[in-house]
Write a protein that binds this ligand. Sequence first.
Ligand code: NAD
Length: 368
Amino acid sequence: MRRVTEKSAVKARANGAHRGKVNSDGRRGARGKHSGAPRVTLIPGDGVGPEVIASAVKVIEAVGIKIDWDQQLAGAIALRRFGSPVPDQLIDSLNSTKVALKGPLETRVGEGYRSINVYLRKLFDLYANVRPVRTQAGVHTPFSGVDLIVIRENTEDLYAGIEHQVAPGVVESVKIITARASTRIARFAFEYARTNHRRLVTAIHKANIMKLSDGLFLKCAQRVARDYHDIEYKEQIVDAACMRLVIDPQAFDVLLLENLYGDIVSDLCAGLVGGLGFVPGANYGRHGAIFETVHGTAPDIAGRGIANPLAAIKTGALLLDYLGHGRAGDRIRAAVDAVLRAGRVVTPDIGGKAGTADMTAAVIRALK
Ligand code: NAD
């Protein structure tokens, strides 16, 4: 196997995150033993996860791409079934396939096991979280023409999970920022911007307060920016950036963020285009990728058959891009656009009455 340099791997990921231009270096997963189809770990997840992941799988089948799915449990359902939210067989599968389509996993607030999402991203060093957010014709929001790429560092920051009680009533949570992780995510963002003909990268920070940690993140971004004269580079303090995003989202293009700001700002950006039901996501590393929606388990609507499946379906399209089936990914995106434009078969989150299954069937009918 050819050696994958950091730069070529970053480029492959950045390519793979868009329109199927996947460099062969970017794909190192297993093939099915008999079919020759790529082998992909399928994690239905918790809450609405199984409902929307089933939709994504159906649409991938309907577009004619064969995948050898290796279904595995994780999260709350795995804890109940196997006594662990990350069973060994899940890790074995990911080690073998190096690529997964994953539903959301439940993480309890203020108690219980640590986030399995964060654990998997760190375990497989999936350092770049990419979330394309754009206005969809047919979905009514106060904004039009939103077209943003949120790129979030996935492996450190306050998500390092280092917390302890110093004394009763006093706790400490440690924020880790390293030059290595900051530099590679900045390079990923600029490579993504260049490959995908984007004009601007904005690094979002709070270096006026966290002068050392966010200051280091910014210094790394500035150093990387010097290698990309064709891409404009700006910086903005996170609170001001949030205000600007909801007043003038067109002022942004590619957003480069640390882990926590990236988590918060990507939901904000989803809100700009009508909610979490549309926004796909991917976590890329040098040796693999996990594709997952931005939304969580949506416990308030789980099991009712009304979850919007489009985020999962579009996440499936990103998976196809990564596997080198960019044309199939484009066909899925076009079908999603057509269903939304028509506006007849849509779920309640965007004002319709259709269920998850009806909307999935509408996307399949719209495939050309
Ligand atoms: P959430 O994204 O699950 O839900 C927020 C709101 O958006 C809810 O009102 C929900 O009904 C709505 N929503 C989400 N997805 C939708 C869809 N497909 N169609 C229609 N409406 C949808 O966020 P939350 O309630 O803060 O989190 C619930 C659980 O999910 C928590 O345990 C959290 O840790 C977990 N979570 C997991 C991931 C992940 O696995 N990557 C991401 C975010 C949250």
